[in-house]
Every structure is written in C-alpha cells, then in structure tokens.
Ligand binder design. Sequence first.
Ligand SMILES: [Fe+2]
Length: 641
Amino acid sequence: MASILGISAFYHDSAACLVIDGDIVAAAQEERFTRIKHDHRFPVHAARYCLREANLSAAQLDFVGFYDKPLLKFDRLLETYLDYSPSGFSSFLKSMPLWMKEKLWMPDLIRTEMAKAAGEEDERAAKKQGKKFNWKLLFGDHHESHAASAFYPSPFEEAAILTIDGVGEWATSSMGIGKGNEIALLKELRYPDSLGLLYSAFTYYTGFKVNSGEYKVMGLAPYGEPKYVSVIKDKLLEIREDGSIRMNHEYFTYSQGLRMTNRLFAKLFGGPPRKPESIVTQKEMDLARSIQAITEEVMLKMARFAYEETGMKRLCMAGGVALNCVANGRILREIPFEDVWIQPAAGDAGGALGIALAIWHRYLGKERNSAEKARTWQLSVVASNNGLSAYADGMKGSFLGPRDTEEEIEQFLRSQNLPYSRYSREDLPGVVANLLAEGRVIGLHQGRMEFGPRALGGRSIIGDARSPEMQSLMNLKIKQRESFRPFAPSVLRERVSEWFDLTTDSPYMLLVADVMENRRRRMTAEEELLWGIDKLNVKRSEIPAVTHVDYSARIQTVRRDANPLYWEIIDAFRQKTGCPVVVNTSFNVRGEPIVCTPEDSYRCFMRTEMDFLVLENFVLDKQEQKPFLDQVDWSKQYALD
Ligand SMILES: [Fe+2]
C-alpha cells in the first residue's frame, strides 16, 4: 500500500496527482484554483484538493514525486548560455537568480510548499512542519515522466512510446517501449533541436502566445497554403528518415534570449512577427499551414520509425506536441499501428501523473494491470474496429478533478439568492436537449472536473452543431475571441462512424478526422471563391458548427459508462433531432482557465451571452437572473493566447 503525490511545477501548467496503490485517485491543474492561466507556481491548491479527495493529510503520504530533475535542467541552461554567450547573457542574468534561489534548493522548497498545502499558511510554520514530513521525495526525468503518463494509464499491455515536447532537461523527444510495468527509452532527440520549439517559434512569429497559442496555429492552418514548406526545409531544418531533426540555429534565439526568432528569421519570411491581436492575414495562414505540414511529416516519420524499430502494434504518446490532433489523426490512419492512445494531459501537467505512476510501477516494482491484460475491456468495448477500446484505460475519462454535491450547489444558489429550476435526474437530459434544439447556448457544469486542457462535458459550453450561426455566435458573444477557430463535436460513441471518418474511440478530443462525405454540402461556385475567415461562415455540412473549412473535425466520442449524464443529453438531442452531435467548447472566456467551482461557472455565465446554466440538476435561465455587477473589467482581465 502506498500513497504517492506527483507534482509538476515551475515551468508552465503546474499540477498535482494522487495515486493510491496504482489507482489514479485525483489530478488537477493549479490554474483552475488560482484562476491564473498556465499557473507555474507550486500547485499548493491542487495538492490540497488531491489530499482532500482521498481524505489524507500531507503527513500520511508515502512518496512525493517531482516530474523532472532540476539539476539537469540547470546544467542545460548553463551550458547553452555559455555556448551562446555573450548574446545570451542578458537572459542568463535574468533567469539565474531564480535558479540559484529556488530551483536548486528544490527538496527544501517542496517540503515547505507541501506544508502550505497541508494548511500551514505561515512561512515559518510551514518550514518547520515541512522538515517533519517523513515521506520520501523522488525526482523523475522529464521525458520519463511523459513516457510514464503515456504508457501506464493506456489500455495496452505493451506498446511503443513517443514523447514530443519543447524541452525537458535535455531531451526534446524520446522513443521507447513499454511492457507490463517496465518502460525503456531507447532513443532521444536533444536540445536545441526540438519539434516543439520549432512549432513555438512559428507560434511566436505569427503573433500568438508561446506555450498556449500553438493550437491556434493548428486551427488556422486549413485556411492557408503550404507555401513556405520548401523554404523551411531549405533554410531552417533537415528532417531525417527516423523523424529526428537538425535545425539551423542561426535563425532561432530561444537558447540565448527571451524571444523565439531573430532578424534573420524575419528577413526570410518577409517582415517582423505579427503583433498580438492585430489582423491575421493570408501570410499567417500560409505560415500556419506550412509549419503544420512540416510537423505532420516529422511526427509521421517518428511514428513510422517507432513502429519499425520496436515491432510493437500499438502506440502511446505524450508531451505537448502530442496535443497536435491533426498529426495524431494522420498517425492513426497512415502508420500501421493497430491502435493509438494519447495521454489527455499530454503537456507538462501530465508529468505529475507520470511521475506518480512511475514511482508505483518502476520504483516500487508493482505489477500493472492493463485493461488488455485484465481482459475487462471485452465487457466495455462497443465496436472498435481493432477490438480494443481506447477508452478502457486508467484515466477514468480524465474526470479526476473536484465535484460539487447537489447540497453544495443548492447552498451556493440559495446563499446568492439566485433563481433556478431543479429537475430530477431522469428529466434533466430531455430538458437540456430541448433547449439545445431551440438554439440555446448552455453552460454545463456536472460531475468531476477534467484533467488536461480539454473540456469533455464536465465543464463545457454546448450548443446545436446543426446551426449555421452557432460557430460565430459562440466565438464572438461567448468566448470573446477571433472567429477563425473551429469548435469541436461531441458525438455518441455508437454513432461516430455514421458522421465522421473514424471508427475508434477518441474520448479526449485528440484525434482529427473528416466529416463523412454524405454529410457534406456541395458549395456553390460563389462560395468556392470566398477567402480566409469568410470560408468558415459557409454551411459546408449538416453540422456546420463543428466542420472546419477542410471538412475536418476534432472529435470527442462520448460513452455512457464514462460520462452518463453527458451521453444522455446528447442521446435525448438525437432522439429529438436525429443528430447525435453537439458543439462542445471549454467553459471559459478567452484567456481564462476553465471554470472549476459553481461560483466560477455562474460568473462566466453572467459575463457572456450564454442562455442557460446547468449546475448538476439545477438549471438557471439567464432571463430570470438579476443584473450581474462585475467587480472587474473582465474583458481586460485575460490576455489572448
Ligand atoms: Fe514537457
């Protein structure tokens, strides 16, 4: 028996995860509690929540695991700064004091912060209490943590593993094998050559925020032409057959400075980077398409190499680049792997989960009961073409965060004197489905909060996927952001292949596939001529709100056993309309972390033009609410990614 708390922190997206006897009991990102997007500080609130969920005190833990090795990272920083000095000197001076003061004293720092999570708010008391903890503190390797998060919760007994991100200590991607409870990493690509940092360089140059705007570049790509592919290949990098890359670092400054690219890069692409929030032009669309094409080529080569080198029939992936669901969809279709599983918290937050599971399986040598081994998947598989359901994994649908009881919600509503209707659990799906069919936009807060960047029906905003206006309505009136972004569909697992070119589970919205040919609408000659964002306003299928301009969709398949209420809402909508697909977007406004508590949800509901809010069995109608007096100018509170 062992209770293990995994921690990722101090870079971006801090998180905590509690594993008890190999079972993932709870996991959450710090940003959800502090309301600071990508909060990188020690996850005091997330750790506190995880302990609360299991009714444990910090003193009762057996192990605390940290997701990477600070000394190795320090080594990398020191070496690259020395390598590139004097040009990197100012950034060196900026980051060193923090490293000297905090990161190198990590064990002490973690003990003090853990005492804060245990409730010792006063710094001195926390320090004293921290010294008394007798859990063992272990550090994992960054990419090993990613690999553990990819393989251990996967449904597979053995699989090839790919981890791809910006950078950990030195590695920027790694390839290996997982078998039973063992993981062996066989090959790695090292800093400063990095597919993640290459993508981030283009994210920066096209005017989006590095480390969070990458998915916007992916969403923008279908509007562009791959015009810059040859110049990228000629000047910026060499792609080898095994998927490793060699970059020309004359064009990049991430090793030395606080920016990603330099003047030479700007000259190559004809001007300075786009200013954030200025108009997106065809040039950015073409750049997005080009870097997306390069990324797909590299990822496909990496996956093919992993397939050939390991002889494995299945693949697991993690690391921030594994959130590139367009590339993931192509790997599933084009590489002979029978099945692909991707960790939903693929970024650094997932490292907390990886290190906790690695301590259980690798350090303690505990056996692993994969779904495949246990054969329990046979009971829950619907009709996966490969016979193995990607859902039968150890992630519990990624619903690993806090849940509010009906009593807590009722108490909140009453304390604020808010008008609501309460429905029985049986009636609720039908009520919500009727509202959806009327074109209403609904905030859905139910069950446990999701772990990872995607909302999966626990903290989601949902709408009618058939509505041609829904896409721009939700973008402008609710999310308060640019309209080029497509929304994702949630579809009943049983019906996915009737609507999309996909036959497997995609429970975490990490695979992109096309809308079926017979669901598409032929465009008129006039519509064909439309340019850029105007293309998105053309009704191009029976479900235009979730169909991108290239007919692709970022699909979430919903299973009744994973998320019963959400499944029943979509099924009630299907019974009413014949359509088993709804729009699903995360419950937040632009730049804000996804909502966590009923208070967060109510605030977001009132600040936007959402029509109804569902808090478990309670339904709030916007028209019945009193005017909302906002304490802050929220539109200025959150910056765009
Ligand atoms: Fe990472």
